[in-house]
Design a protein around this ligand. Structure first.
Ligand code: RFL
Ligand code: PHB
Length: 402
C-alpha cells in the first residue's frame, strides 16, 4: 500500500473536480484528484454548451479563460418558438447588460486538464475500487487502486465530484440522506455535426411533434436535440431520420435554412430532476452532479456544478487562509438554496416546452397538462415581465455569498 497525503482529496475529474482543483492550487491549497476513467475519455465527452457569467468568472479566476474568450461566443439573447411563432428573449435588455457564453464543456475540460498538467498537479486516472473512509471523523482517507498498485490517500477534506453514478453520495448512510427525484417521461436525442448553425442564437422550439433545440458549439459546428420517448433507441435513428424530424419541429423559415451533414456524435440522454440533502457528511462535500441533476432545458447542469465549486472553494479558502474551519459547516445549507431555485427553473422550462400529451405517469392527464403549459408559455411570452423572469434565470441567479 502506497501512502499519499494532501489537504483536499477530489473524487472525479469532470468539470467540477478539475475546476475545484485548479482554483485551490492557485491559492496554494494542495489537492489530488482520483478519476475512474482515462484522461482521453474524460476529455472527449460531449455535454453542455452554455455558460453563465458566474461560471465564466470562476474560469477566469482559475486562470483558464484565455481560449474561452478567444473561441467562445457571447450570446445576448435566445429564442423560444411556440408552435412556429418566434419570441426573442433579449438577455441584455432584461438583465441590465448580462449575457451567456457559448463554449462547450468538452473545451472547458480540455483547458482545465491542460492547466493541471502544466502545473504538474497530481491526478490518478483509471483508478478502481475508490473507497471513502472515515468521512465522519477528523482524519478521513481514500483508498484506491491503479495499475495493480494500492493507495491510501490521507486528507483533511473530501470533495465528492464524481457525478450522479459516483461513490461519494453512496458513502453517506442511506438513513442520513434524503433523495428527491422526478424522472421525465421522455429523453433528448442529440446530434453534433460539422455544419454551420441554423441561427446565430439558440432556438428552443415547442411543437406538436415534440420539443426541439437548435444549439451550437462554433460557427462551423452545430448541436441539435429532439424530444424522444424514453423507450427510444439511438440505433433506430439514422442521420436522415433525425434531420427530417428536426426540420418538422423548427419554425418553417428556420427549417428551410437548415444545413445537414453526417453526425459526429449521436446519443440519447434521459431527463431527470434530482437533489440529495444534505450535500455534506462530516468532512465529505458533494459537488455538482454527485448531489443534483437538472433536466437540460435551462442549460443549468454544468453551471450549477460551477456554483457549488465556487462556494466550496471560498469556504476552503476561509478555512485554510483565515483559520476558520467552522465556515465549512455552512456549505450544504448555502448550496441547497441555489440548487432548489435552479431545479425549479429547469423543471418549469421542461414542463412548458415539451409535449406531454402521451404522458401516463402524472396525476394530471397529459392532454390537460399540455393545455396548462401552453397557457403558461403564452402568458410569459406575451408580457415584458414574463420575458424578464426567464432572462434573469437563464443568465444565472447570483452565487451564494460567503
Ligand atoms: P461529471 O461530468 O459526471 O464528472 C464526474 C466524474 O467523476 C468520475 N467518477 C469517478 N471517479 C472516481 N471514482 C468513482 N467511483 C467515480 N465515479 C465517477 C466520472 O468518470 C467523471 O469523470 O460531473 P460534474 O463534474 O459534477 O459535472 C457536471 C456536468 O458534467 C453536468 O451537469 C452536465 O454535463 C449535464 N449535462 C448537460 N448540462 C447542460 O447544462 N447542458 C447540456 O446539454 C448537458 N448535456 C449533460 C448533458 C449530462 C450528461 N450526462 C451526465 C450523462 C448530456 C449528458 C449525456
Ligand atoms: C447544448 O448546446 O448542448 C445545450 C444548450 C442549451 C441547453 C441544453 C444543451 O439548454
Amino acid at each position: 500500500m502506497q501512502s499519499l497525503k494532501t489537504k483536499v482529496a477530489i473524487i472525479g475529474a469532470g468539470p467540477s473536480g478539475l475546476l475545484l482543483g485548479q482554483l485551490l492550487a492557485k491559492q496554494g491549497i494542495d489537492n489530488i484528484i482520483i478519476e475512474r476513467v482515462s484522461a482521453d475519455y474524460v476529455a472527449s465527452r460531449i455535454r453542455a454548451g452554455i455558460l453563465e457569467q458566474g461560471t465564466v468568472d470562476l474560469l477566469e479566476e482559475a486562470g483558464v479563460s484565455e481560449r474561452m474568450h478567444a473561441e467562445g461566443h457571447v450570446h445576448t439573447g435566445f429564442e423560444i418558438a411556440h408552435f412556429g411563432k418566434r419570441y426573442r428573449i433579449d438577455l441584455d435588455k432584461y438583465t441590465g447588460g448580462k449575457s451567456v457564453m457559448c463554449y462547450g464543456q468538452t473545451e472547458i475540460t480540455q483547458d482545465l486538464m491542460a492547466a493541471r498538467s502544466e502545473k504538474a498537479l497530481v491526478t490518478y486516472y483509471e483508478s478502481s475500487n475508490v473507497v471513502l473512509n472515515d468521512a465522519k471523523t477528523d482524519n478521513p482517507f481514500v483508498t484506491f487502486e491503479q495499475d495493480g498498485q494500492q493507495y491510501k490517500l490521507e486528507c483533511d477534506y473530501i470533495a465528492g465530484c464524481d457525478g450522479f453514478h459516483g461513490v461519494s453520495r453512496q458513502t453517506i448512510p442511506k438513513e442520513q440522506r434524503t433523495e428527491f427525484e422526478r424522472v421525465y417521461p421522455f429523453g433528448w436525442l442529440g446530434v453534433l455535426s460539422d455544419t454551420p448553425p441554423v441561427h446565430d442564437e439558440l432556438i428552443y422550439a415547442k411543437h406538436e411533434r415534440g420539443f426541439a433545440l437548435a444549439s451550437m458549439r462554433s460557427p462551423t459546428r452545430s448541436r441539435y436535440y429532439i424530444q424522444v420517448p424514453t423507450t427510444e433507441k439511438v440505433e433506430n435513428w439514422s442521420d436522415d431520420a433525425f434531420w427530417d424530424e428536426l426540420k418538422k419541429r423548427l419554425p418553417g423559415e428556420v427549417a428551410e435554412r437548415l444545413v445537414t451533414g453526417p453526425s459526429i456524435e449521436k446519443s440519447i440522454a434521459p431527463l431527470r430532476s434530482f437533489v440529495c440533502e444534505p450535500m455534506q457528511y462530516g468532512r465529505l462535500y458533494l459537488v455538482g452532479d454527485a448531489a443534483h441533476i437538472v433536466p437540460p432545458t435551462g442549460a443549468k447542469g454544468l453551471n450549477l456544478a460551477a456554483s457549488d465549486v465556487g462556494l466550496l472553494y471560498k469556504l476552503l479558502c476561509k478555512c485554510y487562509q483565515q483559520n476558520q474551519p467552522q465556515a465549512m459547516q455552512s456549505y450544504s445549507e448555502l448550496a441547497l438554496k441555489r440548487v432548489w431555485q435552479t431545479e425549479r427553473f429547469s423543471w418549469w422550462m421542461s414542463n412548458m416546452l415539451h409535449d406531454y400529451r402521451d404522458d401516463k405517469t402524472s396525476a394530471t392527464d397529459g392532454l390537460t397538462f399540455e393545455r396548462f403549459m401552453n397557457a403558461e408559455l403564452e402568458f410569459y411570452m406575451s408580457r415584458d415581465d414574463g420575458l424578464r423572469i426567464i432572462a434573469e434565470q437563464y443568465v444565472g441567479l447570483p452565487h451564494p455569498l460567503v
